[in-house]
Design a protein around this ligand. Sequence first.
Ligand code: GLN
Length: 490
Amino acid sequence: MDLLKASFSDIAEAVTSKAISAKEVSSFFLKRAQSLNPRINAITSFNDHALAEAEKIDEKIAKKESVGPLAGVPFGIKEMFCTKGLKTTAASKMLANFVPPYDATAVERLKNAGAIVLGKLNQDEFAMGSSNENSLHGVVRNPWDVTCVPGGSSGGSAAAQASRLMAGTLGTDTGGSIRQPAHFCGVVGVKPTYGRVSRFGIIAYASSLDQAGPIVSSVKDAALSLEVISGFDKNDGTTSQKAVPAWSKQLNENVKGLKVGLLKQCMSGALNADVQKAVDNSLDILKKSGAEIVEVSVPLIEYAVPVYYLIAASEASSNLARYDGVKYGYRAEFKNLSAIPLEDFYGETRGQGFGAEVKRRIMLGTYCLSSGYYDAYYTKAGQVRRLMVQQYQEAFKSCDVILSPVTTSTAFKIGERISDPLAMYLNDIFTTSTNLAGLPGMSVPFSLSAEGLPIGIQLTANHFDEQRMLNVGLALENASSVRGKNPNVF
Ligand code: GLN
């Protein structure tokens, strides 16, 4: 079996039927990861117990005990997820030595399904960023062109997956952090409906927007792994009680009669020519396969970036208040602790523990939530958010799935936007509205630009309609010209 091409079910079937052992699969990926990772810096730490855990799966199989649908499938996990006994730093000095005593629900469910956690993956600090340049662990490089960013904040997940250092990865998406790096690295990334996947054990950034999802090599793998991690969790009151459909079994590339909405707001002159061409070609393909293309409009998308950055920063300033060197996290060193005024203690600790971008968000968010500004900013942003949901509901009356670009461009150069926060934030123009509205969204690799960089297509569906989104994703994947092509670091 070619482990570089094998799907999750190929691996699980081979392991379950003893054609290959889980230990052999894991050691293959570990060796590969150890040799290629120095070129892209996607992995922050390895799980020293991975092979022993894989052996346990093999023992279960030998004893004819049941193993799950991901038996022996090696996974990498973004640093935002708590993993029992494995460092979980959120790529921040603040949590540089944090080793959680428990697994996030999503990780626990992967493990219960037989997956093996091989290591943790790089990201932007506290998932704030679009380029993976804000990290305690250093910049991640795009495997297609190591002078380019992999996207962010789940840049380590997308880069590790693109060069196949892991069979699968998990990421989180608050404003595009699964879809945008998936687009930049030529892999499949799915952000499910808000409430599908438990946030328990995931370090909180902006709780009303955060969702976890897979960044993997195919739509089929995305459907299966999403099925495994989804569903109600008593530890997260925002998870939905809705049953989780067997998306992977019901995948169907037939789009005949389906209405695909082309989002008017995304077709402005701001798109780079290659991205525009990819969108046009994807529409042609869907049309030829029998889908009907209709234009839809969500006018408030124009305000998605400011609304998102107000809400995300406000929630972040509240969520990150706990990292004060007393309750949690890094503490600055003081010669005579008892003589230090409390304000100085907090100021030094938080000043040293957080990076520049995180501090910028905390200050922005604290300002938005302060009395006198709360109504003008936070309340107003919430009102626009509500109206945006209504506009999406209107749009979904005339279409089943919405198609748009993921961002205006392909992966940009390392260093190009890092000193211009506004240019960086504008990168999230097409992804943030999906989170604000709580909708499921995905990026599916579709083509390569003239410079050989991947271009993904974004699909968005109505709440809890992941199936139709995945089906259209499958149709695009089957027609994709990147399929089977490998990045330079492979
Ligand atoms: N780039 C966005 C931000 O910096 C989105 C990040 C995310 O989805 N976690 O907030």
